[in-house]
Ligand binder design. Structure first.
Ligand code: GLU
Length: 314
């Protein structure tokens, strides 16, 4: 049991996969890390399927992910929550932001933003074109939230202090997309608050989104949970393991060997004869010996061999 101060506070954590494909080594690390941290703190651990982006969804992926979690002994509390069934909660958060004066309609296309930011050398930062109203003859495509000057930061349990100036590094950001879908940033904030999450453990690739999420929490007067961003698994060429880099799906065989690879990846202590353990025994050992201070505070760590389609199987 970790000796940090978190073991005395109530704990509710979650794993929130987008059903864009089966779990791969990188997403399993986030699942296992969030699970072990929750259970080591005697906390609850919930699963939320983030299926609000149908164009990216792969049919059958949500069920496949749940079956894999189950096969690894990662038992969740309560029922699985599906974001696709929660649109009225997101709409009411949009209404609140609108009432507070933080929302505005934006008519810009991606191309227009890219052209304008290229000219000014500020790629990736929305230039505020529609902030004071859209030009006559244009129609709003998306909704953006106004950001204020100043910095938004967090003290990540692993990565330490991170600060971002949203106005200089991001600009006013989208909460309702041009295809009328709710943006991830808003949905995740609404759900983490309504599900009363106290601790978020996820991959460091989401760290740059966290200041936006904290900003939305502040606007909507919601609590900010504690964050821990785990290193992401990268291929030998330094690319994040993902569907795009042909990460191999985690099967439901060789589970003990795979869980051992996850524990080694997170620099956790291993039992003496790990190969002999059943999956539930290894899981319980891992809960008992979970120690965040062993995890390297890195953004990326090499994936063990065998999990990327770009390499031969060991
Ligand atoms: N659904 C997001 C993903 O699969 C993760 C969201 C989160 O953990 O905040 O990348």
């Amino acid at each position: 049991m970790p000796a940090d101060e978190l073991s005395r506070t109530p704990y509710r954590g979650r794993f929130a996969p987008s059903p864009t494909g089966p779990l791969h080594f990188g997403s399993l690390v986030a699942a296992v890390g969030s699970y072990l941290d929750a259970r080591a703190h005697n906390g609850e651990w919930l699963v939320r399927i983030e299926d609000i982006d149908p164009p990216r969804e792969v049919s059958g992926a949500a069920d496949d992910i749940l079956r894999t979690l189950d096969a690894f002994g990662l038992e969740w509390d309560g029922s699985v929550v599906y974001q696709s069934l929660r649109s009225e909660h997101y709409t009411s958060a949009l209404d609140r932001l609108r009432r507070y004066g933080y929302l505005y309609g934006c008519a810009c296309t991606r191309r227009e933003i890219a052209d304008s930011t290229l000219k000014h050398g500020t790629a990736g930062v929305y230039p505020g074109t529609c902030r004071n109203g859209i030009l006559p003859g244009r129609t709003p495509r998306s909704l953006r939230v106004r950001v204020e000057p100043g910095s938004t930061g967090l003290n990540d349990r692993l990565q330490g202090s991170t600060r971002q100036s949203l106005s200089e590094e991001v600009g006013d950001f989208i909460v309702l997309r041009a295809d009328s879908l709710i943006a991830y940033q808003l949905a995740v904030v609404v759900d983490d608050a309504e599900q009363e999450m106290t601790h978020i453990v996820r991959g460091v690739d989401l760290l740059e989104s966290t200041p936006r999420q904290i900003y939305l929490q502040q606007l909507l007067e919601l609590p900010t949970p504690a964050y821990l961003h785990l290193p992401v698994a990268v291929t030998s060429t330094g690319d994040k393991l993902s569907k795009q880099t042909c990460a191999r799906p985690i099967g439901r065989d060789r589970r003990t060997a795979v869980l051992l690879d996850v524990l080694r990846f997170l620099h956790q202590e291993l039992p003496d004869s790990p190969g002999d353990a059943r999956i539930d025994e290894l899981r319980d050992w891992a809960i008992e010996h979970w120690d965040v201070s062993n995890i390297p505070a890195h953004r990326a760590l090499p994936s063990p061999l065998g999990y990327s389609g770009a390499e031969a199987r060991p």
